[in-house]
Design a protein around this ligand. Structure first.
Ligand code: C2O
Ligand code: CU
Ligand code: CU
Length: 429
């Protein structure tokens, strides 16, 4: 709905019951329904107003992951919505087309709230992306693929307590809340908007016959050019858009393969990195619509490396802490000056898998272990995997929104780690 010049979304977080597996019905949480939530969509330049009503028995929040917006609208732990209350943030969309998402962010409870089913996509559109010959018929040749892993007991209920050292690892893979999903493709090219909405598990997506996928976008939007790739690594919170090409009548399996995460062999096993899992069956109809090949040029490459650097900060992740500190809602860790470009050096000094997510900004990866990033990490990102003992340099530019009182977050997006305190706060002034 558009009202008074703003696109208005009415969201209600609520408890419900969902039969996800045949064994029985699970208690789940969702937005405007029993499990997950609607795909929100808005265009660059549009003003949005979201009403979030919390009908859950617990305090929660909704955070717009990847969105450039005022800190007070961010939906992080400082924008708690009490049971029965409504929170109504508003902001103007001002960033390129991208696949973003929303999920709860209550301090210390994020893993459980996401695991129970709160979350959804937020797609940003713009004129540049709309002018390209890319699949964009939502639900037809442009489909959300929200991937999550959950464990069910013998009566089909969610098991919430089975943690290993990176959090909860499920043995059942769901796409958009559905187990053993099948997608019928009615065009020869399908755009998959992949989101790793798992709390702890990473995926390396590929096709069972090893055909390449064309990677066209990462967290913050389109890549400079499509990158053909056989594996797309997504750690929790990361997104990628890929184009899958199928001949008429073909059927393939989207699968997750063992991942190269730089972990010891035993750590790789206990954190799920050695698992091979079927994600979704994709079947082309006998007489699909013929889609054009994607354009060879998609978007301008990030250029923050050409900027003057106003400050360099270092972040070391180790044992549930960042730079030795555990998250404290009352402490501001970093103060950033608006309209400046900074370099953040991030290091995982821990044998465990961690990643790093920053609110409000899209960043450019400058180097990984001193080397320039591979093509699949050369576009805009907001979350990046941190292999143990590798220095990663990011360039970030903070613009438009200042607020000395309300912080944004940076944190590990393995949600159990975040809940345990691997998170810090920054303000932009
Ligand atoms: Cu998707 Cu602070 O997170
Ligand atoms: Cu976020
Ligand atoms: Cu972590």
């Amino acid at each position: 709905v558009v009202r008074d010049g703003a696109r208005v979304f009415e969201l209600v977080t609520q408890a419900g019951r969902t039969r996800i597996v045949d064994a029985g019905v699970a208690d789940t949480w969702g937005v405007n329904g029993a499990l997950l939530g609607p795909t929100l969509r808005a265009r660059r330049g549009e003003r949005v107003l979201v009403h979030v009503r919390n009908d859950l028995p617990e305090t929660t929040t909704l955070h717009w992951h990847g969105m450039h917006l005022p800190a007070a609208a961010d939906g992080g732990p400082h924008q708690a919505v009490e049971p029965g209350a409504t929170w109504s943030p508003s902001w103007t969309i001002d960033q390129p087309a991208a696949t973003l998402w929303y999920h709860p962010h209550p301090h210390g409870q994020t893993e459980r709230h996401v695991y129970r089913g709160l979350g959804g996509l937020f797609i940003v559109d713009d004129d540049e992306e709309s002018a390209l010959a890319l699949p964009r018929d939502y639900g037809v040749d442009d489909i959300p693929v929200i991937v999550q892993d959950k464990t069910f007991d013998d009566s089909g209920r969610l098991v919430e307590t089975d943690r290993v050292d990176n959090g909860m690892l499920g043995d059942t893979i769901l796409v958009n809340g559905t187990a053993a999903p099948v997608f019928e493709a009615s065009a020869t090219r399908t755009r998959l908007r992949l989101l790793n909405a798992s709390t702890a598990r990473s995926y390396a997506f590929g096709i069972d016959d090893d055909r390449p996928l064309e990677l066209i976008a990462t967290d913050g939007g389109l890549l400079p050019a499509p990158v053909p790739t056989r594996r797309v690594l997504l750690t929790p919170g990361e997104r990628a858009e890929v184009i899958l090409h199928l001949e008429p009548g073909e059927s393939v399996v989207l699968r997750s393969y063992p991942q190269e995460l730089g972990l010891s062999a035993s750590r790789a096993r206990t954190t799920g990195a050695t698992d091979e899992l079927d994600v979704m069956l994709v079947r082309a109809v006998a007489d699909p619509r013929r889609s054009p090949a994607p354009p060879r040029v998609l978007a301008a490459a990030p250029d923050l490396h050409t900027h003057r650097v106003a400050a360099t900060r270092s972040f070391e992740l180790r044992s549930d802490r960042i730079n030795g500190e555990s998250m404290d809602m009352g402490r501001i860790d970093e103060v950033v000056t608006v309209d400046t470009t900074e370099i953040w050096e991030v290091r995982n000094a821990h044998g465990q898998p961690h990643n790093f997510h920053v609110h409000d900004v899209r960043f450019q990866v400058l180097s990984i272990g001193g080397e320039p990033p591979p093509p699949e990490l050369s576009g805009w990102k907001d979350t990046i995997y941190l292999p143990p003992d590798v220095d990663i340099r990011l360039a970030l530019r903070f613009t438009d929104h200042t607020d000395p009182a309300v912080p944004y977050m940076y944190h590990c997006h393995l949600l159990w780690h975040e809940d345990k305190g691997m998170m810090g706060q920054f303000v932009v002034v």
